[in-house]
Design a protein around this ligand. Sequence first.
Ligand code: FAD
Length: 439
Amino acid sequence: MKVAVIGGGAAGMSAASRIKALRPNWEVMVFEKSSFVSHAPCGIPFYIGGAVDEFEELCAYDVDYFRRERGIDVHTNSKVISVDDGSVTVEENGKESVYEWDRLLFATGSRAQRLNVDGENLDGVLYVDDIESAQRVKIDAIEAENVVIVGSGYIGVEMANAISRLGKKVTVIEVRERPLPEYDAEIAAIIKSEMEKFVDLRLSERVAAFDGQDCVERVITNKSEYRCDLAIVAVGVLPNTAIAEGFVDLGRSGAIKTNSRMETSRENVYAAGDCAESVNVVTGREDWIPLAAPANKMGYVAGVNMAGLELHYPGSLKSQLTGFKGLEIGKAGLSENEALREGYEVVSAFITSRTSARYLPGGLIHLKVVADRSGKLLGVQAAGNDVAMRIYAASALLYNGADVKDLFFTDFPYYPPISRVWDPLVVAARNLFRKLGIP
Ligand code: FAD
């Protein structure tokens, strides 16, 4: 049996490794257009900010490891340029080669959304979508004095954090009225005030053009102009489906439509990771969730099914963690705005709480819990200290369809230096009791 995997990132290498573990005698080929596999784009901001010295450190395993230890036929610098029934055409070593397959996986990831404004192709206007672009950003960032970051989604926020760590003057321009627009206003306000201590944060401002002689010198917005010698654009990502279009069906999100076995509309063809659509566990509806942990698991599930066994991917909660300076930020499930857009009748509680007993030093957490009128938990967001452990707990509850009473009665452990006898999650649930008529 011959298996072809397009893309050697999280999803592709998880799938290839699983197939080889279950079917050691099968031939598994991975085609990766860059020189790296099993790279970790999530580590890019830490590489650019200097916390990681060499970008090779971002690769979980090197190519030789996969060839030698796992028996995977890895082709790097090999770009798949077209897909047909039973074969792929690959551009490698300056020529086109055709490889046959019995089972095929699309694991092509996502790509940075372009701004499509004048001057976008000037030198010094960069996107961060892979390890190779990260190398370029790092070189330019070290030279630069003024850096403009366009977009304040989590990648923009993490890039702002990284570049300000290098001691550069950073301006962040965001078209919406708050940073991290996926979060509700109460949580975004905390993030905004932390960011404003370190960067020039310009909200409700739209970039109209980049300007300069040979390389970028100014970013022009609908309100002002900003001098810069590097502009990093981070305005969102899109599923990378170019070679899949017309061969398999795409879903409403534009990502490849899959079922819970990660099968596409075409027999023996699978898709996993950022290029694939899956299910949002909270809403039960199709969704596009381009994050690393789901990508790995989708790849794992695709690998099992491609090997002829059966495993189902239940979907994801869009659980996420990020940070800016000392502030931890996280979210699982839906924000209030997202829940309203999905048609839920929403109740919510926003609290600020200490994270240790009052007689010991500790931090603060700002936390918002969203539920529907029946009490079903829809989402939790937080910013401050000790956010991760609460988003982990919330993720487990949301995954299991918990309600507000479950959140209240879950037996979160108490130890004075690091938690509260009434945990912030429990206090927020108690606030929701009042709104839901629970005594
Ligand atoms: P990728 O890892 O993108 O791999 C796809 C691979 O396919 C690439 O190597 C690409 O070169 C290759 N490819 C594409 N087309 C072809 C072709 N035609 N032929 C051959 N090869 C091809 N997620 C989190 O959960 N947490 C984080 O903290 C986080 N931080 C991030 C920070 C940054 C700066 C970025 C850019 C992303 C971050 N993500 C984070 C998202 C996370 O990296 C992705 O969700 C994850 O990498 C998706 O894995 P994947 O295998 O689907 O795609």
